[in-house]
Design a protein around this ligand. Structure first.
Ligand code: UDX
Length: 449
């Protein structure tokens, strides 16, 4: 099929590239001509394993091109995918300005029947609004399809090429069949529904996954008080097929461009129809508090943080991405600086992005190596579970440090690894890990929040 993707952010770029990979003729459009120029030079604006190679291959085969010119890209396309950003407004609602503008521009460029498909996450009713906007501006026939995107950063290509399911929301059986046909090489788990249900499926899925994370984080906090191990609790729960093992990894909570934005947007969507989504409000609140577990453990183990030197490992909101949006590291480093600590930080790929959005970047000492980030520290905090941290020798890490406190916000290390060194080790919901058991040592003081 001839396809055009509008917006070369995460969703647009990865989807466009993957659809060219399975043999379609794809144009990826962006208004940012600098970005298009860089993509045409072979530079990839995001860190996503495997993406650069796929782009090079499909450009060479002539199935993939990048352009800033909307009209020819709309004219040649059978289906146009809206993949523009829907950043949050101050009240949590999604900002639909880019979607509406793109809909107008498509309408004015149309030269015949088109499928206009929305991949951006949009509030329920947005695709109906797109239909209204387009129909007022063009005499040509078209169908609107909602096709929510479920890819994860870091595994975006595998998620797109091997999706768990494809949701197609439309009132047109013909458009549904065409879009289903496009996706059949990827999966046979294709569900067709109405537009509004498809829009809701995206929000409900992300809100549910966020709920699982906040739920297990609260269980972890209780495990710390009662002396249980949350990793075993999650494993035991996950064997129940009704619960499932995924998204039960306790830690310092979720960040990223989707969960924080989409949970807040769904709270707003509900609020707009006079429904208070109490459960989801709590999920968000728990998540916000969970990041500060690191601070509680630091204060408990070190006392006053003023003048103490703290190493930070990991700035990205999760491993295998350079994305730092809503990353717990933003709040945690902010809190450390506010308490007068000296901070030295390391991330394998996300440092530049972090510096660009963190107001106090000048107050942090940036390191190029994990051992250097640990050097002379009173305590070290692991905030992102990059594989590189898991395989480091903790003896070597401890040798570089001034004191022996390791706060593991992602439950990366085993008792054996911790005991190879002589660390005072605090993780999340695992009070007995390491022979210097934090639970035995000081259960009451340790667990106060
Ligand atoms: C998420 C959804 O998974 C994806 O379907 C949607 O399209 C976009 O949002 P993403 O934000 O890329 O994807 O990352 P994901 O791997 O889902 O992790 C989100 C956050 O939750 C990360 O901060 C991660 O560290 C955290 N997380 C995830 C946990 O704390 N525990 C878990 O068990 C799983």
């Amino acid at each position: 099929m001839k396809l055009t993707f509008i917006g070369t952010g995460y969703v647009g770029l990865v989807s466009g590239v993957c659809f060219s990979e399975i043999g379609n003729d794809v144009t990826c459009l962006d208004k940012d001509l600098g970005k298009i120029e860089r993509l045409n030079r072979g530079e990839v604006p995001i860190y996503e394993p495997g993406l650069q190679e796929l782009i090079a291959k499909n450009r060479e085969l002539g199935r993939l091109r990048f352009s800033g010119e909307l009209t020819p890209a709309v004219e040649r396309a059978e289906a146009i995918f809206l993949c523009v950003g829907t950043p949050p407004l101050p009240n949590g609602e999604a900002n639909l300005a880019f979607i509406e503008q793109a809909a107008q521009e498509i309408a004015l460029a149309m030269n015949g029947y088109k499928i206009i498909a929305t991949k951006s996450t949009v509030p329920v009713g947005t695709n109906d609004r797109i239909r209204d906007i387009v129909s007022k501006l063009t005499p040509h026939p078209f169908d609107v399809v909602s096709i929510p995107e479920f890819l994860r950063e870091g595994s975006a290509i595998a998620d797109t090429l091997h999706p768990d399911r494809i949701i197609i929301g439309t009132d047109s059986p013909e458009a549904a069949e065409k879009i289903a046909e496009l996706h059949r090489p990827l999966t046979d788990r294709i569900m067709v529904t109405d537009v509004r249900s498809a829009e809701m499926i995206k929000y409900a899925s992300n809100a549910f996954l966020a709920t699982k994370i906040s739920f297990i984080n609260e269980i972890a906090n209780i495990c710390e008080k009662v002396g249980a191990d949350v990793t075993d609790v999650a494993k035991g729960m996950g064997h129940d097929r009704r619960i499932g093992p995924s998204f039960l990894q306790a830690g310092i909570g979720y960040g990223g461009s989707c969960f924080p934005k989409d949970t807040n947007a769904l709270i707003q969507i509900a609020g707009n129809v006079d429904y208070e989504f109490k459960l989801l409000k709590s999920v968000v609140e728990v998540n916000q508090g969970q990041r500060f577990n690191v601070m509680t453990k630091l204060r408990h183990s070190l006392g006053e943080l003023g003048g103490k030197r703290i190493g930070v490992w990991g700035l990205a909101f999760k491993p295998d991405t350079d994305d730092v949006r809503e990353s717990p590291a933003l709040d945690i480093i902010g809190a450390l600086l506010a308490e007068g600590a000296e901070v030295q930080a390391y991330d394998p790929v996300a440092t530049a992005n972090f510096k660009a959005i963190f107001d106090q970047a000048d107050e942090v000492e940036w390191r190029d190596d994990p051992i250097e980030a640990a050097r002379d520290c009173d305590a070290l905090c692991l905030l992102t579970d990059w594989a590189e941290f898991k395989s480091l020798s903790l003896t070597e890490v401890q040798a570089a440090m001034r004191q022996n406190i390791l706060i593991d916000g992602r439950n990366v290390y085993t008792s054996e690894q911790v005991d190879e060194a002589d660390l005072r080790y605090y993780s999340v919901g695992r009070p007995h890990v390491g022979s210097l058991s934090q639970f035995e040592a000081d259960p009451i003081a340790f667990y106060g929040r």
